[in-house]
Design a protein around this ligand. Structure first.
Ligand SMILES: *Cc1c(COP(=O)(O)O)cnc(C)c1O
Length: 231
């Protein structure tokens, strides 16, 4: 974030170029894929730059850090989404400040968020975080837990379950990432059939694996480093 606006614009163009190329190879339209700017560890100006560049979805992974930024710039035309692990004791703040929570990874957290959203008089959009690559270092529901989580979350009146989110395993490179993304899409398709839910959002792909994610059907890429530099 020490760079200039022009540098940032160049990076946005580069990322958009990567997305367009990946879409072309996959026979998809770039309109199907939303670019989210991940601004964690960067000052609130990063979100302002994103908005100015036409990126209106911003991801943060810590509640406290995000709330500071959101309250510092309440009029920014962006939607703030939580993409990091959420502890139940921060559920109220998260339900208050974020427009969507992508890291719902247990029935307990879902139930808690549902209650908070109910108290706030709103229906809270969420994604279910799945550990699709079964990486022991990552959060997210695994195996049979995932279907149970979806079943329970879909029943809660104050949550709107819009889809699934995953982070590819740290190890194994792009091929491993691609398998995890394919697994997430297949799981979503199974949930559609078995639970009758739409679940159209597939939040998968970051700086290092966005091409694989687009190839496997991603609808939302969460990109930090390629936009703002190394953290
Ligand atoms: C940090 C983060 C990203 C962005 O990662 P980059 O490699 O910097 O693009 C995406 N998703 C989540 C959940 C993150 O925590």
């Amino acid at each position: 974030m020490s760079e200039k606006w022009e540098t940032f614009q160049g990076r946005v163009a580069e990322v958009r170029g990567r997305i367009e190329a990946a879409c072309r190879r996959a026979g998809r339209s770039p309109e199907e894929v939303t670019l989210m700017a991940v601004t964690k560890t960067h000052p609130v100006e990063a979100a302002a730059w994103a908005a100015r560049a036409g990126i209106h979805s911003v991801g943060e992974n810590r509640v406290r850090e995000a709330v500071d930024k959101i309250t510092a710039a309440p009029d920014l035309p962006v939607r703030w989404e939580l993409i990091g692990h959420l502890q139940t004791n921060k559920a109220r703040a998260a339900a208050t400040y974020f427009q969507r929570i992508q890291s719902v990874d247990s029935p307990k957290l879902a139930t808690r968020l549902d209650r908070m959203a109910g108290e706030l008089g709103k229906v809270l959009p969420v994604l279910l975080q799945i550990n699709a690559g079964e990486d022991p270092n990552k959060f997210g529901a695994v195996g049979g837990e995932a279907m149970r989580l979806a079943e329970e979350a879909l029943r809660l009146p104050h949550l709107r379950v819009e889809g699934l989110m995953t982070i590819a395993p740290l190890e194994g490179g792009r091929e491993t990432a691609r398998r995890a993304f394919a697994h997430l899409r297949e799981l979503r398709d199974r949930m559609r059939t078995e639970l009758g839910a739409d679940l159209s959002e597939l939040s998968m792909g970051m700086t290092g694996d966005l091409e694989e994610a687009v190839a496997e059907g991603s609808t939302l890429l969460r990109v930090g480093t390629a936009l703002f530099g190394e953290r």
